[in-house]
Design a protein around this ligand. Structure first.
Ligand code: AMP
Length: 262
């Protein structure tokens, strides 16, 4: 596996028919499922690890975001990646940088509302990575459901001509969606965090038992989340038939979602 740190080397190492998996590193099985899927569907796979400063607000966890590049390198290699692109922030945003990509509608609610500027940062970085790597297909997790929708829209709007592949959420045995941020949780908080997936599963069950009213289902999720004293709800919302939640467990903000349709 080739490890690349500069934009110019990445541009000259590109090849047709590449699969691409953008990440912020501290890889877990969720990321690896995306990498393996890309490896199985493409001639070559590039993974990026870039903790993108522009998508973090000043009061967020950019500086403390978990990092372990050595471990990530060996995990990418084992998963079959051909290229690992790990640029520094200066490489992606050199002095004088002033062009940003933003969406007007899809970013209004949910995480876009709770984290102003977040998706502008995500889209700017992803658009740059798309231009630098020029993949045929790019793989994103359904765990970040609004991000997936936003990236699909941006890709269509800006005619990137890249196939965007949404991949299922990988979970811990107790149901907690895997996330690099789970590393922040104390043992007690880790136990409490299972309330996210449990409350979503509960809504799905109610739906399977005949409840079709999305507001009643969202209320049920809220009530269930409120039974956990360590959980503080940021939002319980929906995008069509997907119920999406963001919940603070202590200072750690976790997200999850479930599709209640067929
Ligand atoms: P991140 O490193 O958190 O920015 O995530 C990089 C990519 O991995 C994004 O497309 C995420 O949606 C995806 N991802 C993160 N966690 C999971 C998970 N538990 N299951 C599937 N994909 C995930």
């Amino acid at each position: 596996m080739k490890i690349i740190k500069t934009v110019s080397e990445m541009i000259s190492s590109g090849s047709p028919g590449m699969g691409f998996v953008p990440t912020m590193g501290y890889l877990h099985e969720g990321h690896l499922s995306l990498i393996r899927r890309s490896v199985s569907e493409n001639e070559k796979t590039a993974v990026s690890i870039f903790v993108n400063p522009v998508q973090f607000a000043p009061d967020e966890d950019f500086l403390t975001y978990p990092r372990n590049l050595e471990r990530d390198i060996s995990l990418c290699e084992q998963a079959g990646a051909d290229i690992l692109f790990t640029p520094d922030a200066d490489e992606m945003y050199p002095e004088g940088f002033q062009t940003y990509v933003d969406l007007t509608e899809l970013t209004k609610g949910l995480c876009g509302q709770s984290r102003p500027g977040h998706f502008k940062g995500v889209c700017t970085a992803v658009a740059k990575l798309f231009n630098i790597i020029r993949p045929e297909s790019a793989y994103f997790g359904q765990k970040d459901i609004q991000q997936l929708a936003v990236v699909r829209q941006m890709t269509a709007d800006l005619n990137f001509g890249i196939r965007i592949v949404g991949c299922p959420t990988v979970r811990e045995p107790d149901g907690l969606a895997m996330s690099s941020r789970n590393a922040y949780l104390s043992p007690e908080q880790r136990k409490a965090a299972v309330i996210l997936s449990q409350s979503l599963q509960y809504a799905k069950q109610l739906h399977e038992n005949g409840e079709n009213d999305i507001n009643i289902l969202k209320n049920a999720v809220t009530k269930r989340l409120e039974t956990e004293p360590l959980a503080k709800i940021d939002y319980v919302s929906n995008i069509e038939d997907v119920i999406a939640i963001a919940v603070f467990i202590g200072k750690t903000r976790l997200i999850d979602n479930i599709c209640i349709g067929s």
